[in-house]
Design a binder for this molecule. Structure first.
Ligand code: UT7
Length: 333
C-alpha cells in the first residue's frame, strides 16, 4: 500500500481558550500549560460532518491526481457520525465515487490508524486497488460544554489519505500493531443514555440517545504514556528500525505533554515531533491525517520519509504503524 495523497478540511470558526473561560471556570494559561492547546475549530449547527469529510476527501483526491470514479473503497473513521447507519455512504454519494464501497469504522482516536491498516489489507490482498481513508469527527456535538475537564480539549476536523496497491518493495505500511482493552472502557465513554418508555402494555423499550463524552483524564493520560511507547518499541524492534532513522513522530494529538513524553522515551528531538495541537486541539479520528496533511503540504514531510505513528483513546484502544510517505508522484507508477 502506497500513501500517495492527502487532504483536510476544518470549520472556519475558531474558539480561543479565553472565549471558553466565558463559559467554564478555566484560563488560557491552564489550558496551554496542561495541554498545548490555544484554540480549536467548531462546526456550527448547520455544518454536519458529511460536507466537512467530503471537502477533505476531495482535497486528497486532487492531491493524488485521482477521479472519484477511480476509488474502490472509502473507509471513514468517525465516532460522531451524521447517521448511525453510516456516514461514509453519504460522502461516497457526494463525491460521486460510484464504484467505491463505503463504510464507517469506529475506534475513537485510534480510528484513523485502524482504518488505514484495514484498508491496507484490502489493497495488499489484491481485492482492491485504490482507497480513501478518512478520519473525521465533530465532538463539539457530544462534549458537555459545562464540564471544564473535557470541553476545552476537543475540536472538529476532517482529513483523508489516498492509498493505492503497489509492489511489495514500495509498500508504505512497514509494520503495525493494534490493541484493545475493553476492561478499561469506562475511562472514556460516549455511551447510550438509560431512558426507556412503554411501547405497549407490558412492553418497554430503550429510547435511543447518547450521553455527553465522559473521561477520566488522569487514567487516560497514564494509559497513553505507558502503552504508546510500549507499542512503538515493539513496532520499531520488529521492523529493525532505529528511532534515529525516523524522520517524524506522528502521534494522535491529545496533549503536548504526551507527545513530549513519548519523544523523550525514544530520544527523538522535539523538532521531529509533529504537533498542531495549538491550532486544533483534539479532533479525535482526524488528528493524525490532519497533521499529516499539514506537514505534507508545507513541505516538512517529503517523499520517502519514515514516520512512526500511534493512535490511542477510547475503547480503550491503541496502535502503531510505521509508515513511509510516497506522495503523489508515486500514484499509478
Ligand atoms: O483523545 C483521547 C485521549 N485523551 C487523552 O489522551 C487525554 C489524556 N489526559 C490529559 O491530557 C490530561 O489528564 C488532562 C489535560 C485531561 C488534564 O490534565 P491533568 O494535568 O491530568 O489535570 P487533572 O485532571 O489532574 O486536574 C488538575 C486540576 C484539578 O483541580 P484540583 O482538583 O487540583 O483542584 C482540576 O479540577 O485542574 C483542574 N482542571 C482545570 N482547571 C482549569 C481540570 N480541567 C481544568 C480546566 N481549567 N479546563
Amino acid at each position: 500500500m502506497a500513501l500517495v495523497g492527502s487532504g483536510s478540511a476544518v470549520p472556519a470558526f475558531a474558539v480561543s481558550n479565553t472565549r471558553l473561560s466565558e463559559r467554564v471556570d478555566t484560563s488560557d494559561d491552564w489550558i496551554r500549560s496542561r495541554t498545548g492547546i490555544a484554540e480549536r475549530r467548531i462546526c456550527g449547527p448547520d455544518e454536519p460532518l458529511t460536507p466537512l469529510a467530503t471537502r477533505a476527501a476531495e482535497a486528497a483526491l486532487a492531491h493524488a491526481g485521482w477521479q472519484a470514479e477511480d476509488l474502490d473503497l472509502i473507509l471513514m473513521a468517525t465516532s460522531s457520525p451524521d447517521d448511525l447507519f453510516g456516514t461514509a455512504p453519504r460522502v461516497q454519494g457526494a463525491l460521486g465515487a460510484k464504484h467505491a464501497v463505503a463504510f464507517d469504522l469506529t475506534a475513537a482516536c485510534s480510528g484513523f490508524l485502524f482504518a488505514l491498516i484495514t484498508a491496507g489489507q484490502y489493497l495488499r490482498s489484491g481485492a482492491m486497488r485504490r482507497a480513501l481513508v478518512i478520519g473525521a469527527d465533530q465532538l463539539s456535538r457530544w462534549v458537555d460544554w459545562d464540564d471544564r475537564t473535557t470541553c476545552v480539549l476537543f475540536g472538529d476536523g476532517a482529513a483523508a489519505v489516498a492509498v493505492e496497491a503497489c509492489p511489495a518493495e514500495a509498500d508504505g505500511l512497514l509494520g503495525f500493531r493494534m490493541r484493545s482493552d475493553g476492561t478499561r472502557n469506562g475511562c472514556l465513554t460516549l455511551a447510550q443514555t438509560e431512558r426507556h418508555h412503554s411501547v405497549l402494555s407490558g412492553v418497554d423499550a430503550q429510547i435511543g440517545g447518547f450521553a455527553p463524552l465522559r473521561m477520566n483524564g488522569q487514567e487516560v493520560y497514564k494509559f497513553a504514556v505507558r502503552e504508546v511507547p510500549a507499542v512503538l518499541k515493539e513496532l520499531l524492534e520488529s521492523t529493525g528500525t532505529d528511532p534515529g532513522a525516523l524522520n517524524w513522530l506522528l502521534l494522535h494529538q491529545a496533549n503536548q505533554r504526551i507527545l513530549d513524553a513519548v519523544a523523550d522515551r525514544f530520544a527523538i528531538p522535539h523538532e521531529r515531533v509533529l504537533s498542531n495541537l495549538a491550532s486544533y486541539g483534539n479532533t479525535s479520528a482526524a488528528t493524525i491525517p490532519l497533521m499529516l496533511d499539514e506537514a505534507v503540504k508545507d513541505g516538512r514531510i517529503q517523499p520517502g520519509d519514515l514516520i512512526a505513528s500511534s493512535g490511542f483513546g477510547a475503547g480503550l484502544s491503541w496502535g502503531g504503524a510505521l509508515l513511509r510517505w510516497s506522495g503523489p508522484q508515486a500514484a499509478a507508477a
